[in-house]
Design a protein around this ligand. Sequence first.
Ligand SMILES: [Zn+2]
Length: 223
Amino acid sequence: MKIYFDMISYLKPLFILICFVSFVNCSSQTLNSRVLPAEPINDTVFVNLKDYSQDFVYDMKYASDDNFLKSKVYDCAECYLRYKTVKALILANKRFMKKGFKIKLFDCYRPLDIQKRMWAIVSNPQYVANPAKGSIHNRGGAVDLTLVNFDGKELDMGTSFDFFGKEAGHNFAGFSNEILNNRNLLKKNMIKEHFNSFDSEWWHYNLKAGLNDKVSNFKWECE
Ligand SMILES: [Zn+2]
């Protein structure tokens, strides 16, 4: 009988320890599954921005017919980019959030087949990049975006997204100081995170490190 009680007194702390370890292990797994997915091994892997940050606003224009093509060319609205573009964009967004703004996205990675679809609707290199060459959007390194305040209201950038005219260019100086300051706020902070601006479109930014990636036709699943 004494041996039996001795065993119990040894086993009890062991049992408590096992319970504790499995509880910690289990709760940390639950916590991890709620946070970000594992980092891709490679910077050039295509990932969905929303899996890495919930701090962006989306208005994916080509997933609706509210665009200059008057056509819905994406089957569903997702913002896929190469992982290095996602990391740089999250850092840029953190800069804006400290100032009371957030990035609102209009377009991200664009599979080559979608570029071909756009080219078939408007075969003019002034408005759509020729799929024979491809654009940085097809390489997963370009984003079209603006800034909104925390209530979701867009900052006045002088023209709408995809406005084709000199007013959309960074060199156009005929706007109020407020508009010029808004464009400058966007440009200055995107450049700090290693994006290049594009002279004729205030909304378009290319990740410098993404310029030489291959044109891709990777496609995402729509739910
Ligand atoms: Zn663009």
